[in-house]
Design a protein around this ligand. Structure first.
Ligand SMILES: [Zn+2]
Length: 92
């Protein structure tokens, strides 16, 4: 759940205001729906299991395993709605 305080390259602060990332849950939800749909379609096309329990267990397991990735990715996408990349600040 912890994030870096600021970008290592440009110094952009990641905590813009209190509760800033609560809006990221909408992005997270969209990512989860995309993941679950992708897993379902992949299972259906590749293996076509007869039992619906296979679909349920596999989609839930993939969501749980990828939860940290989803959390970071949704926050990253959300902050990019408000902070744009500025090439001038990119110092290496
Ligand atoms: Zn940066």
């Amino acid at each position: 759940m912890d994030m870096h305080e600021a970008c290592g390259k440009c110094g952009q602060r990641y905590h813009l205001e209190p509760s800033f990332y609560s809006g990221a849950m909408y992005v997270s939800h969209a990512l989860q729906v995309a993941l679950l749909t992708s897993v379902y379609v992949a299972l259906r096309v590749l293996f076509n299991p007869e039992s619906e329990n296979v679909y349920i267990i596999t989609t839930i397991a993939s969501a749980v395993v990828l939860l940290p990735v989803n959390l970071r990715l949704s926050r990253s996408i959300y902050i990019n709605f408000f902070v744009s990349y500025n090439k001038e600040y990119d110092v290496q």
